[in-house]
Design a protein. Structure first.
Length: 347
């Protein structure tokens, strides 16, 4: 766990505890401030005084501050109404949790590229299955220079093609241009309370079109377990808001046996990252792309959110739950996105 510069002298903890138990709160506050001004971040200092011992189990703030990139790309939670809080049975996590019946590929089957640099073309093993149709055989998905370096190429923003990236088994290092999603979220996010759609997410910084924002993570479960959870949900249709099939490559005729059966499912209702709170919009500013690292784990591909337009600071981040599909019929779940071209129904 990231200790976030927590005071490391046991005497400080015991003295502070005695003052708080004795209701000498002003004296405790002065002691805490004097001791920690140059040791603890202000937000953490205030929080520490509030409940003293970091608790990942019960505190959403502690959970997000324990993330490996919490200092550089923080997540914040804001709400004008202090009586409204995130679900108490929800826990922020940094990586997906594999539940019973879900397993990763055996390490001996993991194969990476042997490039020393320039993982941009068909000579890179990781890009050999790329479905991207770009000139000069440059099937690398990202822009390699300029102000939009690291963003998806413009031709891909409307594409349904998967993104292939280098990974841990490759000879190239972590600075490889083809490891955008692999390096994780590089955008600070803020979970906030919307006017009529519960919690939403925005960023305090501008986001360029094509920029990677975050992945949808949660509990990865079998299709059978997903069906069981759906049946046990109070409102099964609402449960579907959190269940995402990892099915980009599912094919009953595939030579890869891991792709022939029912796909795994990500359940983000109780364990997830901030992307769990991304809302729907019929005029979305993000899309989900399937991202593949090792070919042996296509059945565990990432669900990566990318901006499909320039997004101004403090604009809610949204995606289309059905990716533009509309059969023209009235659905059972009303849409509240408020977009000018709103279809009226989620599904």
């Amino acid at each position: 766990m990231n200790k976030l510069n927590e005071p490391n002298k046991s005497s400080f903890h015991s003295d502070l505890k005695k003052l708080k138990e004795g209701k000498k709160l002003k004296e405790a506050a002065r002691m805490l401030n004097a001791y920690s001004t140059n040791i603890m971040a202000p937000t953490y200092r205030d929080h520490y005084f509030g409940h003293e011992i970091p608790s990942l189990k019960d505190c959403h703030w502690c959970q997000i501050r324990s993330f490996s990139n919490a200092n550089e790309y923080p997540i914040s939670i804001v709400c004008k109404d202090e009586s409204l809080t995130l679900p108490s049975d929800f826990t922020f996590i940094e990586k997906s949790i594999l539940r019973e019946g879900v397993s990763r590929a055996d390490p001996e089957f993991r194969v990476g590229c042997e490039c020393s640099r320039n993982c941009h073309g068909m000579t890179c093993h990781c890009l050999q299955d790329s479905e991207v149709d770009l000139p000069d055989h440059n099937v690398y998905a990202y822009q390699a220079g300029g102000n939009s370096e690291g963003c998806l190429k413009e031709q891909l923003l409307d594409s349904k093609a998967p993104i292939y990236e280098c990974h841990e088994a490759c000879a190239c290092d972590e600075t490889c241009d083809n490891r955008i999603v692999a390096r994780g979220r590089r955008v600070p996010l803020q979970v906030f309370r919307t006017e009529n759609r519960g919690w939403g997410v925005r960023s305090k910084v501008p986001i360029k079109a094509g920029a990677f924002i975050d992945c949808y993570i949660g509990e990865i479960i079998t299709a059978q377990e997903a069906e069981r959870r759906r049946d046990n949900a109070i409102i099964s249709r609402r449960k579907d808001l959190y269940l995402f099939n990892i099915d980009k490559f599912t094919d009953p005729d595939s030579l890869d046996e891991t792709l022939r059966g029912d796909p795994y499912v990500i359940d983000g209702e109780f364990y997830a990252g901030p992307s769990r709170f991304f809302n729907h919009s019929c005029e979305a500013n993000m899309r989900i792309f399937a991202r593949v690292g090792d070919y042996s784990e296509k059945n565990l591909h990432d669900l990566a959110f990318f901006a499909i337009e320039d997004i101004r600071p403090m604009t809610e981040l949204t995606f289309d739950y059905v990716d533009g599909k509309d059969d023209g019929e009235q659905g059972s779940e009303k849409c509240l996105c408020g977009a000018q071209s709103c279809r009226g129904w989620l599904w």
